[in-house]
Design a protein around this ligand. Sequence first.
Ligand SMILES: Nc1ncnc2c1ncn2[C@@H]1O[C@H](COP(=O)(O)OP(=O)(O)OP(=O)(O)O)[C@@H](O)[C@H]1O
Length: 267
Amino acid sequence: MPTFIAEKPHTLAPIAIPRATSPSGHILTVENLTVSFDGFKAVDNLSLSIAEKELRVIIGPNGAGKTTLLDMICGKTKPSSGSIRFRGIELTHLPEFKIVRKGVGRKFQTPSIYEDLTVAENLEISLPEAHGIWASIFFKRTQHVKEIIENVAQEIMLADQLRTKSGKLSHGQKQWLEIGMLLTQGPDLLLLDEPVAGMSPREREQTAELLKKIALGKSLVVIEHDMDFVKSIANKVTVLHQGKLLSEGSVDQVQNDPRVIEVYLGH
Ligand SMILES: Nc1ncnc2c1ncn2[C@@H]1O[C@H](COP(=O)(O)OP(=O)(O)OP(=O)(O)O)[C@@H](O)[C@H]1O
């Protein structure tokens, strides 16, 4: 960790205070989104909207375009056509780091924590104030920074593990740490790709509680295959199939939709 010299005001709060709300009440609006890879449309003319503080789950068979959709929202993949607006701001032309700064956080399937660093250190390096060479040199571990780290650690159920090397955590705890690393960045929209893959039943329950708590102040889009987990968290489910929107509604509605049963749930 760098040594600390100067103090600068901290703007970050562990639970972000919602910024300007778009007139529609939607934090994210995707319209006519398409991406082609060598002529193959992985996402095909897709439109959907996510409300403020909504916890949306995206399901669908393998290859349906779920991960590619998240890749386009976070700027990792550029669409061939269509629009993605976050609080009215068009994201499709922005590089990934600017999309993060606008308030969109993405967690990939495999945890990308630093196993040789402690839980506290992993959370610290995720603070926007610690990013970049100069920022990291002048970064100061103020009381406020400590409070942010402690609050986030509490939220992700790792308050007793702050000094533990992250490599020693269980698989589930590593996933929670990575969610914590997103939270320290203060996003208003979190994109999570299969957050409970490989977790024990107890860890799944705890993760469901964690996500529901996060959704009290932020919007979440979660890709998930485990229908029991989907039932335990979702307000609304979007079903993708061959890059297109197949069905959308409550868990009950999509579970009873014959098209969904045919291509996904019936298998
Ligand atoms: N960079 C790429 N180049 C070529 N094809 C790609 C690329 N990214 C994704 N695809 C293809 O697009 C389709 C959609 O993939 P995607 O990973 O988004 O599906 P998914 O719904 O997330 O599936 P899974 O549940 O298996 O993760 C797949 O056929 C995949 O092979």
